[in-house]
Structures are given as C-alpha cells and as structure tokens.
Design a protein around this ligand. Structure first.
Ligand SMILES: Cc1ncc(COP(=O)(O)O)c(C=O)c1O
Length: 321
C-alpha cells in the first residue's frame, strides 16, 4: 500500500493557510453492518465553514501563479453561496475585490456572510437556479475584460484542490483503505478530484458514488445533470454510480445526522449521508467515506434542525431553498 506524507501543521501564518486538514469522524450509529464503517469528512471545519475554502484558495493561487490577477482587480464568480463566501474571505486577505452572481432565493445567511467579507452581490433569477447565475456571470465577464472569472465549473484548479488535499488526507487517515467514496454533485470538483486520486491509488477496489438530486428537486449546492448543463470539469466515466436523492430525503437525513450522530450539517450533506448509508448496506465490509460539505448555520432559518421530525417532513422547502 502506498504511503502518504502528511503535512498537517497546527500553527499557521494566517487563516488562509489553515484551510484543510479537516477531521474524519466515524458515524457508528448510522452503519447498517458491523464490518462496514461509515466516515464523515467534516469539511465544515474549514475557516468559512465549507469544503469550498479549499477550492477558492486553489482558484486564487492558480490565477496568481499564472499572472492572471493583480491586487485591486475584481474577481467575478457565479456561486450558490459557499464558493463565494470562501472567495470573499480569501480575496479580502489578498487584496482583491469580489463580485458574485447568485440566485436571489438563497438563504439570507449567505447574503450576510458575503457582505461581511466585503463582497458585492449581483442577483440572478432564482427560478433559473445556479444555471441562471452561470449564464449571467458569463455575460458580465464578456462585457468587461477587466474582470477575472475563475469559473469553478471549468477550472482544473477546482478538482486539483481535492486531488492534492482532501483525498490525500482521507487516504492517510484510513491507511489507504477506502471501499467507497460518496459526495454530492455540484460543480463536480469534489467527486472528480477525490475520485481520480482514489482510482489512481486503489483502482477498482474503490467505488466513486455521486449523490445527485432528482431533476426538479433542488437541494442547495447540488445539481441534476439532467437540467441541461454538465460542468466541463466533469468526466462521467470516473463515477461508478449516481444515486438520486429527493429534497425530502436530504432534509430527513440532515436531521438524522444531527439526532443520531450530533453532526450539525448543511442539507446537501444529508442527501450525501443518505447515499453513503445505502452504499454501506450493499457492502459486507470496508470504509465508506462521505463528505460533509458545510455546517448547518447557513440553513438555521429553515427550521429543519429544531422542528419535530414529522413537521420537517412536511416543510414546503421551496420557501427557503
Ligand atoms: C453545500 C454544498 N454541497 C455540495 C456542493 C458540491 O460540491 P462540488 O461543487 O465539489 O461538486 C457544494 C458546491 O457548491 C455546496 O455548496
């Protein structure tokens, strides 16, 4: 088995350097069989609370290395929230301006977090989802060449952040023993970067599984590939399976993470946990790893963490997605 060099310092020069090295936590109560161990990679422990800190750092440092941005310049990015929040924090530290395009129906916490770091927000039509934000950002970038758009959907620096970070940490923490890796499909960066590294190291012994929302069933942060846009960084052949999740599943499993394992996660992580448990039930032994993309703070206003479970199931989620 390959050995992995761990670079896990505990002292950092600044908050950007502290990104990554997130905990891997066993969720024994969710495991359907004694020989199958389910592990949550808590990307919520990153400085701005999501997996996108890794990606935002990768996108900005890639542009710096290639001489594509200079201090004072404006970075423009379409994002449903987490990438924007992470870019906003890093841009502020590194002396760039940030303008984000996001659907007008994301939770108010996201808007506040972006403003807190000084980002400018341009709203796109919420009914068009993240595809609407992408289209509007492209138009803005085409009209103003002084803007730099990292474009996480098509930028190899996005999966590279996982290939060189998340995946190595997981392999190190599990001594290279990973039977299945489950993540949500948003830009595809998490699945592609981790998937490529795991396949290179473990071959067909590891299964790469995507949690994808049903078409027309929005789960914030995730996308259906049937909605008409396949991000250019996605190579479908790298996925062993795609498992569909409903909005209701996502909500119920977000609550199960909280009630049964005391993991306070965002709603896409509930959807991913549901798929991880299903995969675990199909295996006889091994480690199943899934990604907790963000924590629940940004979704508190939805009420899903405190309402009785039967009321959560009946929530009209369109009000707050
Ligand atoms: C909350 C949340 N979950 C999941 C994802 C999907 O991750 P990826 O873009 O790497 O596919 C995102 C991406 O924005 C997200 O914000």
């Amino acid at each position: 088995m390959a050995s992995f060099i761990r670079n896990a310092p505990r002292r950092y020069g600044d908050v950007v350097e502290s990104i990554g090295h997130t905990p891997l936590v066993e969720l024994a109560n969710l495991s359907p069989k004694p020989g199958v161990r389910i592990w949550a990679k808590l990307e919520s422990h990153n400085p701005t609370g999501s997996v996108k800190d890794r990606v935002a750092r990768g996108l900005i440092e890639d542009a710096e290395e290639k001489g594509l941005i200079r201090p004072g310049q404006t970075i423009l990015e379409p994002t449903s929230g987490n990438t924007g929040i992470a870019l906003a924090m890093i841009a502020r530290r590194r002396g760039y301006r940030l303008r984000v395009v996001m659907p007008d129906n994301v939770t108010p916490e996201r808007t506040q977090l972006l403003r807190m770091y000084g980002a400018e927000i341009v709203y796109s039509d919420g009914s068009l989802g993240s595809n609407g934000a992408v289209a509007m950002a492209r138009e803005l970038a085409d009209a103003d060449p002084s803007l730099y758009m990292p474009y996480q959907y098509g930028n190899p620096a996005n999966p590279a952040a996982h290939y060189n970070g998340t995946a190595l940490e997981i392999l190190e923490d599990l001594d290279g023993q990973v039977a299945a890796f489950v993540a949500g499909l948003g830009t595809g960066g998490t699945l592609m970067g981790n998937g490529r590294r795991f396949k290179e190291e473990l071959g067909d012994a590891v299964k790469i599984v995507a949690a994808e929302p049903m078409q027309g069933e929005p789960v914030q942060g995730l996308r259906s590939l049937d909605d008409g846009f396949i991000p250019p960084i996605i190579d479908i052949d790298l996925l062993d399976r795609k498992i569909f999740v409903t909005n209701r599943d996502a909500i119920i499993w977000t609550r199960r993470l909280l009630d049964e394992e005391q993991i306070f996660a965002g709603v896409s992580s509930g959807a991913i946990a549901r798929v991880a448990v299903r995969i675990a039930s199909e295996l006889d032994e091994g480690n199943v790893v899934f990604i907790v993309c963000d924590d629940g703070w940004k979704y508190l206003s939805s009420g899903i963490y405190t309402l009785p479970v039967d009321e959560v199931e009946n929530l009209d989620s369109t009000v707050w997605w």
